[in-house]
Design a protein around this ligand. Structure first.
Ligand code: SF4
Length: 477
């Protein structure tokens, strides 16, 4: 069996390159897709690049394997390895009588080599643009390699929306468990809408970024008022609280099949490398540019395309050392072909989070400890925690705590006993927490801030954010 690499170079206008064999050659006068024999030890891609250089003085890029077609020329059996590619610059026919760029349909009128006729019908069936073969390869990759995630098995907008909100800033592995438990507790959007804020916050406890939970609850209430129906378009979804561009695109395409992109951080990275975009992806105008580029190539099956792009960013086109050899966009990727994966994307550095000293107060009344509900605005709003004071130094923080206890709870407690320390990193600040223990004889009685005296083992009745959990876990003494 002879193995031959065959190159199908397709231009933006859908024309493909064919060459006419010289009269004295075998099959003289016939037209064919340029290519040549694969030498021992060569891959079809390497053979094709070499052959095009020798036969057409052309440099190929974006070479992607398509399929193999076996053909018999009399006794001779030939395996054709078909590859899609782009040629850079002009081509000069060294072994052909002439070359021509033709629409695949026009090739029906030409005297094409028998083997090449075998795949011409497939070529004609393809349109230029989104459905071009590279994209088909991308879909195949997704079908084979996509991770099985519970929210991918549904088109229920409630479940998709819930998973998307949970996945913002949170790892997939963490979300899986929360998603499952949340759906047991709130199986429908109406169940979520009718739940108390306390119950929603408790279910969210540990996921962080609590404003997401508050928006989730507010959004569920609005959807429940609309008979539990989510808006079915990106535009409609954008009117709901907590739903931004990305989430609206994801829900609209996954649940309702709308042909709109879903551009998250992963997609920004993949697109910047794939298209060769040398703009800062942290800037809104770059996001707009990338959204427009992706919108222009969205295929019919937008949901799978969007899922695939995100999957690619999460598993292959990762920030450091992307696995280009396993990437379905490899043959078409700017960064890969220019060896600039490490330079792209351009991403301006986030500001370093500010370090803050926090004095955390343990107010003990016998075997109980006071928890307070934090204000409705600001960091960890509406959640339960130990009273605290902030400062640039530990002394300042402690003083702030003592002032706070005096002012809000009428407690004059002295410096207290120093306890355990812990650290918690928020997006914009890092808390270095130190606990201080104060023994008091009576529970403070105030209406605001709302407070409760509980035994340590009763703390899990309330939604306590991870920052406080860290210091609580170290012990109350
Ligand atoms: S080829 Fe490499 S850089 Fe390009 S999209 Fe794929 S993984 Fe990313």
């Amino acid at each position: 069996m002879i193995e031959v690499a065959v190159g199908i170079a397709m231009r933006e206008d859908g024309t493909v390159l064919v060459g006419q064999r010289k009269p004295e050659a075998i099959h003289g006068g016939k037209w064919e897709f340029p290519g040549g024999k694969i030498e021992p030890g060569e891959t079809p891609k390497e053979a094709l690049i070499r052959e095009w250089r020798e036969e057409l003085s052309a440099n190929l890029r974006g070479v992607q394997p398509w399929k193999r077609v076996d053909v018999a020329y009399g006794e001779r059996k030939v395996a054709l390895f078909l590859l899609f590619c782009q040629s850079l610059g002009e081509v000069t026919p060294n072994v052909y009588q002439q070359v021509a760029w033709k629409q695949p349909k026009e090739l029906l009128e030409m005297d094409l080599l028998e083997g090449d006729l075998l795949f011409l019908a497939d070529l004609i069936a393809w349109e230029v643009g989104p459905e071009r073969p590279g994209m088909l390869h991308f879909f195949d990759w997704y079908q084979i390699h996509a991770r099985e995630l519970p929210w991918r098995e549904t088109t229920d907008p409630y479940r998709i929306w819930l998973s998307e909100i949970m996945l913002q800033q949170t790892r997939v592995e963490t979300v899986k468990d929360y998603y499952r438990r949340f759906l047991i507790q709130f199986p429908t959007v109406e169940d979520l809408a009718n739940a108390s804020e306390e119950a929603v916050m408790k279910a969210w406890e540990g996921l962080g970024y609590y404003s997401r939970a508050r928006n989730l609850h507010a959004c569920a209430k609005l959807v429940a008022e609309n008979d539990g129906e989510f808006p079915q378009t990106r535009k409609g979804l954008l009117t709901l609280p907590g739903i931004g561009d990305y989430t609206a695109g994801a829900v609209a395409s996954f649940a309702f099949g709308e042909r709109v992109p879903a551009v998250d951080g992963n997609v920004l990275r993949v697109a910047a490398r794939w298209f060769g975009i040398w703009e800062d992806i942290m800037k809104p105008r770059t996001r707009t540019l990338i959204t427009e580029r992706i919108s222009a190539i969205l295929p019919e099956d937008t949901a799978t395309f969007n899922q695939g792009m995100m999957e690619l960013g999460a598993t292959i086109c990762i920030p450091k050392n992307p696995a280009c050899g396993r990437c379905p966009l490899e043959g078409d990727c700017y960064a890969r072909w220019h060896h600039e994966q490490d330079e792209l994307p351009i991403k301006s550095k986030k500001k370093k989070p500010k370090r803050v000293e926090v004095a955390v107060g343990w107010i003990h009344v016998e075997d109980r400890v006071m928890l307070e509900k934090r204000p409705a605005e600001g960091l960890l709003a509406g959640l339960w925690g130990l009273p605290s004071g902030e400062g640039e130094t530990q002394e300042e923080a402690l003083q702030a705590l003592l002032d706070y206890l005096d002012e809000m709870f009428d407690l004059q407690v002295g410096p207290g006993r120093k306890g355990h320390s812990a650290e918690h990193i928020f997006t914009h600040r890092v808390w270095t927490m130190t606990g201080y223990h104060f023994e008091v004889s009576e529970s403070p009685v105030v209406e605001y801030p709302m407070n409760r005296m509980l035994k340590l083992e009763e703390f899990d009745q309330l939604a306590i954010p991870t920052a406080f959990q860290k210091i609580i876990k170290k012990g109350s003494r």
